[in-house]
Design a protein. Structure first.
Lengths: 426, 333
């Protein structure tokens, strides 16, 4: 056991200093967070354009009475009425007005509103015109007991509370409440991928520089594999802890900064954190087995990275490309199926839990499938691992691998054992 | 009673139809340097891997210090593989410490011993340098240090001097001799016979997986001694009554090998030379064959020929299935 611990300690401290790890652990999430902050900042602080003061109007339907006083409107421009577009255009070109809009004769049918100008308009100009139209219509209809704001936008905010979990999602933060589970899963997935790749590339390195020859006379393959998986698993956990702490800090202190106030809408439900640890923890073990096997039979880093893409991307691409399915129908067939397949289960299930209420029995079934698959993969990977540890630069075909997995007792293969036994068969 | 370090009884190992090791038996004692000799592909590495429990023999028994190999026993073995290497991106002393802890040493102890060995190898000032910054010779020395770091009772070194310059070869040889004095059993495997000739106490010669020769180096040499003498000097050597034939001695520069008639002795020839003023000698010695000569005499074939054959076998048609197909059975271009 102490050898396993020694290997785990070594893997942890060796890899935590690696630039590849530091980039993945700090660089990637920093970039994601940075992009988010930019997004918040630009949404919350739109650049202000100078207001308009002279506006022309060509009302071919006769909805608007320019002299009608409308309460509670925010605009401060003067409206000049023109009988046709040509006269309005002449005044625009002469600089008497800055902009004119047209209510075309088919406005009642289609509701299109052409606007002509030579300058950039303030962001709320369109809204002001709509206020003007709604104000005129309501005045003509004799509606007096509703403020203009309610006529413009009767429902400003909704909240809905999922009574099973007690979580409340309000409408204003709906985009963020949906994005949060996605980014949360993404970070877990990144941690799993980083550590899995470190495991695989470490093995490739040890084989390439032949230190494996010394290791196998000192530790058993099982000790080596277990030590690596534990050490790198702890590394992944460290990575996630850092991110969770950063997230909690951001959610606690972020909203105090004005342009980050949107962060207050993000919730990190505890059940999602627990599910993330469970599913991605098991997912890590599942992938670690596959990646260790791949690392052992890959001849070089290039080849091992190809294998790793084969292994890791199927767990990530389907849920990401089908994210709309998850948002719109978290308990639908696609999302449910993806959350049951071991490869895609971690990413999919954690997103589903973030987006909606997943029946507990589904969570248990998915966990059970993942657990059983992990046990099978570990068992098979252990055989391939022992078999391939001392094999250098040999291309291995699938039939050979299946034979190894199928054989009852596996011992180290060397180029001698492989070539001679194969030569004899052929 | 002297307990043997390695005791091997009738081991065989077959790969497919190829008998890599064929009914091999030998013992290695404590406090001796044991040479395992033979051409490339003779089965030396396979035998070593069986001793180290990397491969299992098909038949036969192997005992290390009288016991079956176990995890505890592996701590008492130091192994310098033929294919060697270290973590490249890590400071030398850290690599040594890590491998030491895997061999059961406590961290501080492993580090202390590592530093001591680096001092011995004149590398102490570079302890914090990364392995990749080391020259090949320096890496070899570090590798040797790793092998003996945990003070094993048995060390097995495969081609120990390959790639080392004469100065460093001598440095390592001296350390090996020191270890022998402390009672460590040392197995040295080599296909270059002259490398281990002068240090080894006993030897095992294997050819094509079979035991070719086994015994004390001196005994073996005596057994294969030529009835003859090597002289340097002047005179008509063929005129001497005890001499059957005269030839150039293969392993000396100016030496002349005098093969003697069965009736003649070294003493009688020396007396004849000394009593005749026509002869002048600067050197007179018993003709002793080199291990290479002995190998040729024993195996009936020359080392170079066997190795050339082995190389050819490696490069052609060794593995038709694996060669032609890539991963998942796709045809590789």
């Amino acid at each position: 056991m102490s050898k396993v611990i020694q290997i785990a300690i070594r893997e942890y401290f060796y890899n935590i200093r690696k630039p590849a790890f530091l980039f993945a652990a700090i660089g990637t999430p920093s970039m994601i967070v940075g992009m988010w902050i930019l997004l918040f900042a630009s949404v919350a602080n739109p650049s202000e354009r100078p207001p308009v003061s002279q506006v022309g109007m060509v009302d071919l339907v006769g909805i608007i009475d320019p002299d009608l006083p409308i309460e509670n409107t925010e605009f401060s421009f003067t409206i000049t009425s023109y009988p046709d577009e040509a006269s309005a255009r002449a005044d625009l070109d002469a600089g008497k007005i800055e902009v004119y809009f047209v209510l075309p004769s088919d406005f009642k049918q289609f509701g299109t509103l052409p606007i002509y100008t030579y300058r950039e308009l303030p962001n709320d100009f369109q809204y002001n015109i709509r206020q003007l139209i709604v104000g005129n219509i309501s005045a003509k209809s004799g509606i007096t007991d509703l403020p203009l704001a309610r006529l413009m936008d009767p429902v400003v905010d909704t909240t809905y509370t999922i009574l099973n979990t007690g979580r409340t999602i309000n409408n204003g933060g709906i985009v963020f409440s949906f994005l949060a589970p996605f980014f949360f899963s993404l970070l877990f997935w990144l941690a799993m991928q980083t550590t899995g790749n470190l495991l695989m590339n470490g093995l490739v390195e040890e084989k390439k520089n032949r230190i494996i020859e010394i290791l196998v006379t000192t530790v058993t393959p099982a000790q080596l594999l277990l030590g690596k998986i534990i050490g790198l698993g702890l590394l992944g956990l460290t990575q996630i802890s850092v991110w969770v702490v950063v997230t909690i800090l951001a959610l606690t202190f972020g909203p105090q900064i004005e342009f980050l106030s949107g962060l207050s809408n993000i919730q990190l439900p505890p059940e999602m954190v627990v599910a993330g640890l469970l599913f991605f923890g098991l997912g890590y073990l599942f992938n670690a087995g596959l990646l260790a096997g791949a690392g052992v039979i890959a001849g070089n880093e290039q080849q091992s990275n190809q294998y790793s893409a084969f292994i890791m991307l199927p767990g990530y691409l389907p849920p990401v490309f089908l994210i709309v399915e998850f948002i719109s129908n978290a308990n639908g067939p696609t999302a449910t199926l993806l959350s049951m397949i071991p490869f895609t289960a971690p990413f999919s299930m954690v997103m589903r839990i973030g987006f909606g209420v997943v029946p507990i029995e589904q969570i248990i079934i998915s966990l059970a499938i993942l657990l059983v698959s992990t046990i099978i993969i570990s068992w098979a990977a252990g055989k391939v691992f022992r078999w391939g540890l001392l094999l250098y630069g040999k291309k291995v075909n699938l039939r050979e691998l299946l034979r190894v997995v199928g054989s009852r007792k596996v011992s180290y293969a060397t180029s001698a054992t492989l070539s001679e036994s194969k030569g004899a068969e052929a | 009673m002297q307990q043997s370090a390695i005791s091997i009884e009738h081991i065989s190992k077959t790969y497919g139809t190829f008998k890599a090791v064929d009914d091999l038996s030998f013992e290695v004692n404590r406090g001796e340097i044991f040479a395992m000799l033979g051409p490339n592909g003779a089965g030396k590495s396979t035998t070593i891997r069986m001793i180290l429990d990397i491969l299992r023999p098909d038949t036969g028994k192997i005992a290390i210090f009288g016991e079956k190999i176990s995890e505890e026993l592996k701590h008492r073995i130091g192994y310098l593989p033929e294919e060697r290497g270290l973590y490249r991106e890590v400071p030398v002393i850290e690599v040594m410490t890590y491998l030491g802890t895997l061999k059961g040493l406590a961290r501080p102890e492993a580090q202390k011993r590592g530093m001591r060995l680096l001092e011995q190898l004149e590398l102490a000032d570079k302890a914090k340098k990364k392995v990749k910054e080391f020259s090949k010779g320096m890496q070899q020395k570090v590798q040797f240090a790793v092998t003996i770091l945990h003070e094993p009772d048995l060390i097995i070194v495969d081609e120990p001097f390959s790639g080392l310059d004469p100065v460093n070869t001598q440095l390592i040889k001296n350390m090996v001799k020191e270890l022998r004095q402390k009672g460590t059993a040392i197995v040295m495997s080599s296909h270059e016979m002259f490398q281990v000739e002068e240090m080894a106490d006993r030897l095992l010669m294997v050819n094509r997986g079979k035991l070719a020769l086994y015994g004390a180096v001196d005994e073996v040499r005596k057994q294969y001694a030529i009835h003859g003498i090597i002289v340097e000097g002047q005179g008509d050597w063929s005129a001497l009554t005890g001499v059957e034939s005269v030839e150039h001695a293969s392993n000396s520069r100016n030496g002349i090998l005098l093969r003697l008639k069965p009736s003649a002795t070294t003493d009688s020839v020396l007396t004849e030379i000394a009593s005749n003023h026509a002869y002048h000698i600067t050197k007179f010695e018993q003709a002793v064959p080199s291990l290479n000569d002995i190998f040729i005499a024993v195996a009936g074939e020359r080392l170079e020929d066997i190795e050339a054959e082995y190389k050819e076998k490696l490069s052609t048609g060794t593995n038709p299935v694996v060669k032609k197909r890539g991963f998942l059975g796709r045809k590789a271009k």
